[in-house]
Design a binder for this molecule. Structure first.
Ligand SMILES: Cc1cc2nc3c(=O)[nH]c(=O)nc-3n(C[C@H](O)[C@H](O)[C@H](O)COP(=O)(O)OP(=O)(O)OC[C@H]3O[C@@H](n4cnc5c(N)ncnc54)[C@H](O)[C@@H]3O)c2cc1C
Length: 433
């Protein structure tokens, strides 16, 4: 017999588990269906493990700076397997924490794959619940996303890696070619380079971090280049070939063909929503051409009554804090509470955790210009504040790291649109090791 709940949530990532806990807090009976591990991509294969390896990479890089004060550190003893183990430990600990929170809040967690079936129904497959059904007054779809697969770049997690494969490496390759210089591509470029891997970073757009302010992205690009990363913008990856111990990426830069050889390839083209095979068609849920669920955020209702969607499956920015906030808002609405204006996409911060770090929110300057928003721009050199000196010492003033226009912020002078600020972290300029 089917079990009945006020709310069933499909997917236990930051969108799903936050929604489930909030529902329980508001007195709703809630069931969370998760086919892998509670915590989703963010805790298990995204934000948390990547930030762990980034932190360790920064520390490893900083060791080289100690030589300037007479401390010689032999960095050859690096055991990347242990770097990896630490990253897994961080992810596993937090995922266990999420499981404990769900239990404490009396959320029923069902470990199975769920598929929407009829109105308010979810069919379960796999695990102990195999073959059973959940019925609920309301359903939230929070099935997240997976690495985008591009024809010609088949991910085998051996030579051609996704971010998940890169976060599973136990041994460092000698070289890596990274296809795509968005946040994930840049963060892995930083990590691999810091640990001594020869890195080529390929980006089809004219600059890295295509979603960020161009001038701020240029600061990071210059820093990555100085660290020894071969950054190639305006470069399209055309295909892959076997080349003995290395793979060969055929590329085209501004119309000129060339190739890049690397032991490992990281396909960081972006993410695609997990909306296929979960019964959306049968339920009549409207999606956009990329397969993302269309919602009326807030509160995140789909076109099907009683069915909501939050997080990476929707058209809003694919970020963990967005997923969580959307989950919370949807549940408040389901519980009959006021949700107000909801989430303002112009005020969603995004961050790229390289050195220097890049943060942005709101409209970019080029977008403001395109939308005829009147704005005032201000530019501040990150080398200027006194705080930069203790961290960077004389390098804070050296031309080699001082960016041309490193920090920008602007505010519209007339219009309802919010302002955007975009800047690099002034206090962590580090030299190439
Ligand atoms: C390498 C990397 C680094 C990142 N770093 C950051 C960062 O620093 N900051 C940030 O904000 N964001 C970051 N992100 C993005 C962030 O991970 C996602 O935006 C976030 O995880 C989305 O949450 P979600 O709940 O929508 O989906 P997910 O986290 O993808 O969770 C969806 C869950 O649903 C489950 N599921 C899917 N289908 C079914 C089904 N049919 N039945 C049952 N369960 C199902 C999955 O197993 C998964 O656990 C990063 C992503 C990656 C890949």
């Amino acid at each position: 017999m089917a079990k009945f709940y006020d709310l069933a949530i499909l997917g236990g990532g930051p969108g799903g588990y936050v929604a489930a806990i909030r529902a329980a807090q508001l007195g709703l009976s809630a069931c969370l269906i998760e086919m892998a591990v509670p915590g989703g991509v963010c805790l298990n294969w995204g934000c948390i493990p990547s930030k762990s390896v980034i932190h360790q990479a920064s520390q490893f890089r900083a060791l080289a700076e100690m030589e300037a004060v007479g401390v010689g550190v032999d960095r050859r003893g690096l055991d990347y397997g242990r770097v990896q183990a630490r990253s897994r430990e961080a992810a596993d600990t937090l995922a266990r924490g999420v499981a404990a929170l769900l239990k404490k809040n009396n959320v029923d967690v069902v470990m199975a794959r769920g598929t929407l079936r009829g109105r308010g129904g979810i069919a379960l497959s796999g695990g102990q619940a195999d073959g059973s059904t959940i019925e609920a007054k309301t359903i939230i779809v929070a099935t997240g996303s997976r690495p985008l697969r591009v024809p010609g770049f088949a991910i085998d997690e051996k030579v051609v890696l996704s971010s998940t494969g890169a976060l599973s490496l136990e041994v460092l390759p000698a070289s890596m070619a990274i296809l795509g210089a968005g946040a994930v591509g840049c963060e892995f470029a930083f990590v691999m380079n810091a640990f001594g891997v020869r890195v080529t970073l390929l980006e089809v757009a004219p600059h890295i971090l295509p979603a960020e302010d161009h001038e701020v992205a240029a600061v990071l690009e210059a820093s990555l280049r100085r660290s020894g990363i071969d950054v190639r913008t305006n470069t399209r990856a055309l295909g892959l070939r076997e080349g003995g111990a290395e793979a060969i990426v055929d590329i085209e830069t501004a119309g000129k063909p060339a190739s890049v050889r690397a032991e490992k390839i990281l396909a960081a083209f972006g993410r695609t929503p997990n909306t296929d095979g979960i019964g959306l068609d049968a339920a009549g849920v409207a999606v956009d051409p990329a397969g993302r669920i269309l919602t009326d955020a807030p509160p995140g209702r789909t076109n099907v009554p009683g069915l909501y969607a939050v997080g990476d499956v929707t058209t809003t920015p694919a970020l963990a804090h967005v997923a969580s906030k959307e989950g919370e808002i949807a549940v408040e609405h389901i519980a009959g509470r006021p949700v107000g204006a909801g989430l303002d996409p112009d005020l969603v911060p995004s961050a790229v955790y390289c050195e220097p770090q890049v943060v942005g929110f709101g409209l970019r300057e080029d977008e403001a210009r395109r939308e005829s928003v009147r704005y005032a721009a201000s530019v501040f050199p990150t080398a200027a504040p006194a705080r930069a000196w203790p961290s960077a010492g004389p390098r804070a003033s050296s031309r080699s790291w001082r960016p041309p226009t490193p920090a920008r912020s602007w505010a519209p002078t007339s219009s309802g649109r919010t302002r955007r600020s975009s800047f690099t972290n002034c206090c962590s300029p580090r030299p190439p090791s």
